[in-house]
Design a protein around this ligand. Structure first.
Ligand SMILES: Nc1ncnc2c1ncn2[C@@H]1O[C@H](COP(=O)(O)OP(=O)(O)O)[C@@H](O)[C@H]1O
Ligand SMILES: O=P(O)(O)OC[C@H]1O[C@H](OP(=O)(O)OP(=O)(O)O)[C@H](O)[C@@H]1O
Length: 180
């Protein structure tokens, strides 16, 4: 049986990476997609493959990404081989830009998207706590406009303004609904 792609989106600092890590701990059959990013190595947070801009563009031109985008002054790419892994039955969890969801839905029509939300003041406090960005970068991240979600997208809203464990429970329920 084919697997599926599960996209995780939401503003910077909302808890995407934390929720994804907790989901994999709770459901080991979920696999995290390792993103290719033009970010300096070992900048913390997720496990990603750091590359130079030249290498990123080489891979993009060679068709090695199924999805790619630019944000926060960085390029992000999703390795094209996830399609084969999903066809072989894998459940792949990936942190996406909200701006790439049209393209993601076109390529993966069954994609389920978890939209994680929290109040702006909560986001600001979390980004300061995370300590990866300075105040100017935090302000820029918070001012990003996400735009509208594509019509027909399978979308689950996950409120992570309060208890983290509660957000993970909401996400698990969205992924594995209890059937009566
Ligand atoms: N429900 C929560 N309550 C308190 N802190 C949280 C919660 N969810 C995430 N955090 C913290 O907020 C910060 C940003 O989380 P992170 O997962 O890096 O967000 P994102 O990947 O969306 O930018 C981290 O320090 C994380 O530990
Ligand atoms: O278009 P948007 O929906 O605003 O998303 C823009 C970018 O922000 C996040 O990046 P990243 O995980 O590197 O940053 P974050 O941890 O601060 O969210 C997300 O994964 C996208 O790559």
């Amino acid at each position: 049986m084919a697997g599926r792609l599960i996209g995780v989106v939401g503003p910077s600092g909302v808890g995407k990476d934390s929720v994804m890590r907790a989901l994999v701990r709770a459901q080991p059959e979920l696999a995290l997609v390792r993103r290719v990013i033009t970010r300096a190595p070992e900048s913390g947070g997720e496990d990603y493959e750091p590359v130079s801009e030249a290498e990123f563009h080489r891979r993009a031109d060679a068709g090695e990404f199924c999805l790619q985008w630019q944000a926060h002054g960085l390029f992000y790419g999703i390795p094209a081989d996830i399609s084969q892994r999903i066809a072989a039955g894998a459940e792949m969890l990936v942190n996406l830009s909200r701006g790439v969801l049209n393209a993601a839905q076109a390529q993966f029509p069954d994609i389920l998207v978890l939209n994680i939300t929290a109040r702006p003041e909560t986001l600001a406090a979390r980004l300061r706590g995370r300590g990866r960005e300075d105040e100017a970068q935090i302000a820029l991240r918070l001012s990003r406009d996400a735009g509208a979600f594509p019509p027909g997208l399978k979308l689950a809203q996950i409120d992570n303004d309060g208890s983290f464990n509660d957000a993970v429970r909401q996400a698990l329920l969205a992924l594995y609904p209890v059937r009566a």
